[in-house]
Design a protein around this ligand. Structure first.
Ligand code: AMP
Ligand code: MG
Length: 320
């Protein structure tokens, strides 16, 4: 496992640094809108190129299932975008960039990587939170997860960003993106009778904020809420800084299914920190049906202590 982890950490750290550099000097021309109307930026492409190349060089036989592909970058109208990517990867040829991005077109199998080169692109564009999210899945289980969170301060003194990782059976760790010693992290111990700190998406369309509101009302003044983009929510929960992450399906998109790269890395990190993650009915997350969690609805992540209470309340509330 250590050889996987070393390569994954190095790749995610390098991608995170590039994303942070792009975000600092972001201009409107740095992004385009995909067919599903979601945005993709210079940084998403550069991040995917860097991580895929590192993984492929070290483990050429392990497929990579990543969110982006290079098709749009091959179109003449997007030449400037490709040039811009190259300005952040000065030693790379255009062909190397395109081919490295497309290394992420692999198919899920018994052992594969899944990568979201920028999870929370909308947050990235707002200059808010986002994460570079990489997981290794074996026999349908995320056995290793790495999250690069460039805008999540590691400590009050060190604002250079946070790198989090976990591998199965070895615990969950956080360190500064600028280096230093990793520290082991654990979820909180808060139970249903105390303060309950909820995490939600910033983007209203990615969840059901009204149902979340009803659930939180159950805890009255003991409920607190904080919104972050991306799998940074998993990182915050794994560090014990929040207790519950709710991702309840948006009622106006009943056919939406969660993507594996939006959860696998965070899942591995929260589990190893002592937490729990299921769908909104309490069903285990099934990462073994391809690129989507087709047999699950929504995602509920907790410190473990709160899990049964939240699932019970959620399902009682649903029938209101
Ligand atoms: P967050 O920042 O937590 O809102 O999550 C960002 C992720 O939400 C993106 O990477 C998308 O893959 C995903 N997403 C997009 N549309 C939806 C939707 N309707 N419901 C849930 N997740 C979505
Ligand atoms: Mg994503």
């Amino acid at each position: 496992m250590k050889e996987y982890l070393d390569v994954a950490l190095r790749a995610v750290r390098q991608a995170s640094e590039i994303c942070a550099a792009v975000q600092k000097q972001l201009v409107a021309e740095d992004s385009l809108t995909k067919k599903d109307r979601s945005p993709v930026t210079v940084a998403d492409f550069a991040s995917q190129a860097v991580v895929c190349r590192a993984l492929h060089e070290a483990f050429p036989h392990i497929p990579i299932v990543a969110e982006e592909d290079a098709n749009s970058l091959r179109e003449t109208e997007n030449r400037e975008l490709l040039k811009k990517i190259q300005s952040f990867l000065p030693d790379w040829s255009e062909t190397e960039i395109l081919q490295s991005i497309d290394l992420g077109n692999g198919e899920p199998g018994n052992l594969f990587w899944t990568l979201d080169p920028i999870d929370g692109t909308k947050g990235f564009l707002r200059k808010d939170q986002y994460a570079v999210a990489l997981a290794l899945l074996k026999d349908g289980q995320p056995i290793l997860g790495v999250l690069g969170c460039p805008n999540l301060p590691f400590s009050p003194e060190d604002k250079s960003g946070t790198l989090m990782y976990a591998s199965q059976g070895a615990g969950s760790f956080a360190l500064s993106l600028s280096g230093g010693e990793p520290i082991r992290v654990h979820v909180s111990q808060n139970g249903p009778d105390g303060i309950v700190r909820f995490l939600e998406s910033v983007e209203a369309g990615h969840s059901n904020h009204s149902l979340q509101g009803q659930l939180m009302a159950h805890f009255g003044e003991r409920a607190q809420s904080v919104r972050y983009d991306s799998q940074v929510k998993y990182a915050v929960l794994a560090q014990g800084l929040a207790d519950v992450y709710l991702r309840l399906p948006n009622p106006s998109q009943p056919d939406y299914r969660e993507k594996i790269w939006d959860h696998a890395a965070g899942y591995a990190i929260v589990k190893e920190a002592g937490g729990q993650a299921t769908d909104m009915f309490g069903k285990p997350l099934e990462f073994f049906h391809g690129k989507k969690l087709i047999n699950n609805r929504g995602v509920v992540v907790t410190n473990g202590k709160l899990h049964d209470t939240i699932i019970a309340l959620l399902n009682g509330k649903q029938n209101d």
